[in-house]
Design a protein around this ligand. Structure first.
Ligand code: DAH
Length: 342
């Protein structure tokens, strides 16, 4: 066995020192030192040796292994150095050129717009609140004046959880939470994700973003509401946008309105975002229904308020002229990279 080991050492060292490239070197490493390699094969005979022979042979086997490992390492370093040298010798290689720069991340456009809106509202004295995405029936429907048999529930196909909770279908449940949490007068916004069991197309997603806003005070009127909504849209778009107001029905406001803005993608011509109408429903709003105030623990004789629910996903699509809502949650980095600053 001693002879066999010596022979293996001599053969392997020669082969390693002559290995022409990294690939061959890796093959040799496997051939001699691998689990099924030559050294292991020899060592399988150890069992047949006498107790006196075994330590000597074992020590030699270790020496051979270490010598081979060292030789392979050395040859690997030599080959690498030679490769770099060859590269530098190439007349086309310019070592002074900058290397590839690491790609920088960027904020998602929904995040950018949300932060902008938060700034606008904070400057106007609004609280910025964060409420749960998993809601109960009481906050998502019942407390918002949408009882179990109310047809408005059909408008919002809901993801129900097995324990009776649900994924909030809008940010409006925050209205009740805010009323229960703060003493009036106060004003607050609560942006976040909402979920609907939708058939997906260019303007429908199962997960999208809204920001809800409320203002509670004495003697809030429709005039207050319209003025606030105009100020808000002016600040968000940083210019004047063409709007129209239509009566709209939502059980939790009375009166309720649909505030539309002229489609920014097609400038009112008609496209897939506005479904050919030239207008996009952007800002449903209204005066908070007395039942909702009552549910929030406020006396409607004393307190009044307005509320709005802004479709953030729609807003982003308007602002950046995105023709398909599915891009927003699609997770394609090529889409996100287009919004990189600078
Ligand atoms: N929560 C409604 C929805 O998602 C939108 C809405 C309408 C919110 C009127 C409001 C409002 O605050 O006043 O469809």
């Amino acid at each position: 066995m001693i002879d066999e080991l010596e022979a293996l050492r001599a053969e392997a060292l020669e082969a390693v020192s002559g290995a022409p490239a990294q690939a061959e070197l890796r093959d040799l490493e496997v051939k001699y030192l691998g689990k099924k390699g030559a050294l292991t094969a020899i060592l399988k005979g150890m069992g047949k040796l006498s107790a006196e022979e075994r330590p000597t042979v074992g020590a030699l086997a270790n020496q051979v292994r270490e010598a081979l490992k060292g030789a392979i390492e050395g040859r690997r370093a030599d080959l690498e150095a030679a490769a770099i040298e060859a590269l530098c010798a190439d007349p086309h290689f310019d070592a002074s050129l900058p290397g590839p720069s690491p790609s920088a991340g960027s904020l998602h456009p929904v995040t950018t717009i949300t932060e902008h809106i938060e700034d606008v509202f904070r400057a106007m004295g609004f609280y910025l609140l964060d409420y749960p995405e998993v809601e109960d029936d009481a906050h998502n429907f019942e407390g918002l004046n949408i009882p179990a048999d109310h047809p408005a529930r059909d408008m919002q196909d809901t993801f129900w959880l097995q324990d009776g909770h649900l994924l909030r279908t809008h940010t409006s449940p925050g209205q009740i939470r805010a009323m229960a949490e703060f003493a009036p007068p106060f004003r607050a916004i609560f942006p976040g994700r909402v979920f609907r069991y939708e058939r997906l197309d260019a303007s429908h997603e199962h997960t999208f973003h809204q920001v809800e806003g409320i203002m509670i005070d004495r003697d809030i009127s429709v005039a207050n509401l319209i003025h606030s909504m105009k100020t808000l849209l002016g600040a968000i778009f940083e210019r004047e946008v063409t709007i129209r107001l239509r009566p709209g029905f939502f059980p939790f406001v009375e009166p309720g309105f649909e505030l539309d803005i002229q489609c920014q993608v097609c400038a009112g011509e008609g496209c897939s975002v506005c479904k050919g109408s030239g207008w996009v429903e952007l800002l449903p709003c209204g005066l908070i229904h007395p039942n909702v105030l009552r549910y929030g623990g406020l006396d409607p004789e004393e307190w009044s308020g307005w509320a709005f629910g802004l479709g953030l996903s729609r807003l982003v699509m308007m602002k950046y002229q995105i023709e398909d809502i599915r891009h927003l949650m699609g997770g394609d980095l090529r889409f996100n990279a287009q919004f990189r600053a600078g």
